[in-house]
Design a protein around this ligand. Structure first.
Ligand code: ADP
Ligand code: MG
Length: 389
């Protein structure tokens, strides 16, 4: 789960991280009032979307006057902001953060990630921060410093000082950076984060360090115990199909292929996607209907998968343990009756009550394409796609 920059900054401020003064708004007059309130003529207007690279797409602008604050806010709110991370359709900007313009001497990068290889939270830092860190990581990986944290000890002071010195900080800045790293680590642990990124961590004209941009994402599976973070969720930034699926107890993730998948169990769903890819196809989604799927749940799964206009065929792959194939079959038939389904449906049923499920599909008169196993199902999906191409 992701949150906005202004929310991350607010959260980190509570942990003692230095961030610019600023406030969020969705209204032009308010933006000017905020800038006025912050004192000074200059201000930065920053589009709030769940994607980075905004600076490159025109989503971060330094205003030299209140008139410019008005102009930039007016331009940004309502625009489809395209950045290297949004895809070409961009994201609708509904809010901007208006904050103090800082006098930047140098931009550093500081991040915390969970390194799955070492299974440790790892600090990543670089003297080459700012908008081109992805480039630096590719072309000059030696400029990116990594330090793994021992979970039993936590992020130690000496590690922080070592990292700070390695990215070229000196004197007082080293202890300032160490404090900041520990605050970030504390927040990361206490809020079940998966990623925390300060880019840039700016060295200001007076030598002080400040987090000018901040991004955090959190482990959705832990959010049941983090109500203050859950509150920050912005449904407008999420795929509406995914939001609806969560409401129906379905695990759905939209992808960009054309084979819709309805599967029980996350492992089988992944195997199904692999099998489709292996046969040269591209899954349109990941969908796990879970155990004990009722006919209603199957119907909802169809409705959500079919909201994606790219879907040209649906593969239903059920290996019933807790599930019952006859319920799934009833759900399939019901969905065919209730919904206007024009794409072919390939069905593979196995496990509990399969001997009752298959006859229900046959008796329905709908043209389900039956498959014996997963490989057979993927083969039939590809054959059907080719035949209709
Ligand atoms: P993104 O990473 O999405 O491009 P950032 O918040 O990092 O957005 O902003 C891009 C650049 O804009 C920063 O690298 C920094 O140079 C500049 N910038 C951002 N916030 C401020 C600020 N408050 N004052 C001065 N410059 C800023
Ligand atoms: Mg940034």
């Amino acid at each position: 789960m992701n949150i906005h920059e202004y929310q991350t900054k607010e959260l980190l401020r509570g942990y003692g991280v230095a961030v610019p003064d600023g406030r969020v708004t969705h209204n032009v007059d308010n933006a000017v009032a905020i800038a006025e309130d912050l004192g000074g003529e200059r201000g930065v207007v920053k589009a709030q979307i769940h994607a980075g690279g905004r600076g490159k797409g025109g989503g971060v602008k330094v205003a030299e006057s209140l008139d410019e604050v008005r102009q930039f806010t007016d331009e940004m709110i309502g625009m489809q902001l395209v950045t290297p991370q949004t895809g070409e359709e961009g994201r609708l900007v509904q809010r901007v953060l208006v904050e103090q313009a800082c006098d930047i001497k140098k931009e550093y990068y500081l991040g915390l990630v969970i390194d799955r290889a070492t299974q440790r939270i790892t600090v990543i830092a670089s003297a080459s921060g700012g908008m081109n860190i992805e480039e630096v990581a590719k072309t000059d990986p030696d400029r990116v410093i990594r330090e793994a944290v021992d979970p039993a000890i936590g992020l130690a002071g000496f590690q922080c000082r070592k990292i700070a010195a390695k990215i070229g900080l000196r004197g007082q800045q080293i202890s300032e950076a160490a404090k900041l790293m520990q605050a970030l680590y504390k927040c990361f642990r206490e809020k079940d984060a998966l990623l925390a990124e300060i880019n840039p961590l700016a060295e200001l004209g007076d030598g002080k360090l400040m987090a000018l941009d901040a991004k955090m994402s959190f482990d959705s599976n832990a959010m049941y115990r983090r109500p203050t973070i859950t509150e920050l969720r912005d449904f407008d930034e999420e795929d509406s199909k995914e939001v609806e699926a969560t409401g129906h107890g379905l695990n759905y993730i939209a992808l960009d292929g054309n084979v819709g998948c309805i599967v029980n169990g996350a492992g089988l769903a992944m195997a199904t996607m692999d099998s489709i890819s292996f046969h040269g196809g591209k899954p349109a989604n990941f969908l796990d209907v879970g155990g004990g799927a009722s006919p209603e749940k199957v119907g909802n799964a169809f409705r959500i998968v079919l909201q994606d206009p790219n879907v040209k065929i649906i593969l239903v792959n059920i290996f019933a343990g807790i599930n019952r194939c006859d319920w799934i079959a009833e759900g399939l038939v019901q969905a065919m009756r209730d919904q206007d389904i024009s794409v072919p449906i390939v069905v593979r049923l196995a496990g509990t009550n399969v001997e009752k499920g298959a006859p229900i599909l046959e008796a329905s008169g709908f043209p389900f394409i039956m498959a014996d196993n997963l490989d057979d199902a993927s083969t039939k999906v590809m054959a059907s796609l080719e035949a209709s191409a």
